[in-house]
Write a protein that binds this ligand. Sequence first.
Ligand code: DO4
Ligand code: MG
Length: 310
Amino acid sequence: MRIIRFAEDKSVPALAAVTDDCKIYRLPYQDFLSFINEAEKQGISPISLIQQIMEDSAPLTAGLEDLDLLVPIEAPEVWAAGVTYERSRDARNYEATGGKLDATTFYDKVYEAERPEIFFKSTAARTVGPNRPVYLRSDSNWQIPEPEVGVVINREGRILGYTIGNDMSCRDIEGENPLYLPQAKIWRNSCSIGPSIRLAETVEDPYDFRISCRIFRNGEQVVEGTANTSQLKRKFDELVSYLIRDNVIFDGTVLLTGTCIVPPNEFTLNDGDRIEIEISGIGVLNNPVCQQASSEESNDDRANTSEDIQ
Ligand code: DO4
Ligand code: MG
């Protein structure tokens, strides 16, 4: 069972549950957290609450492809773990050594260490949902998407569900100096999540998600990669436990859990590309890639939105 948000009449956000056979039931809650809180208040599981609602209602006549999907949750903060897969460790070593194959660096250390790498990635105002553009940085010549499983947690670190995240990254900035990491990771529209949240209680084995990433240029597929969460070096709860330790964490925080797919070293994203990230049981996160407008224009676009304060 998955939860989506979509724009209803007059662009008002609506919440819905999507069954495994793709029937969509409107949920009478404002957002994902209100729905989770209501289940808790009634002392039942989120899935039982959905089943009650389904008994008294009919599915929408529209299909998923007809809906204007939004971020499934306006996550107050998005954090990310790094170097949690061998593939990422090797790619980081390559970019940190000016392109040496089989080099070893501090990235080997963090891959082996007890403490994982956890970094701040995004806020609601910088995060986009399905079909919205992710932006390129104007001062990087080597940019890639990072397809990742995202865990949605509450303030105590309980995993409520799983979503898809794209940790857009600049390999040249990150490789030049590790102290540049925040600039290699955070800018306007550098994070995308969606299209749904798979409820944790409906995931049989989170270490068996199949992940694939496809990049299209001028209508042709130019990159394809696949992986599986069985290759993850750490456990999801272990990553969450380091994130929440001595920290202030908000309900609905998303933690991206590291990339296991890296495009070929000679590849960089271009304006006009399209990124598709698919994870079994969660869906397909689709985003066009855009060279961003100047800061002034983009800030004008944002004026008077509630996101300004996040
Ligand atoms: O240290 C760099 C970050 C690596 C990362 O984002 C990942 O492995 O997904
Ligand atoms: Mg990443």
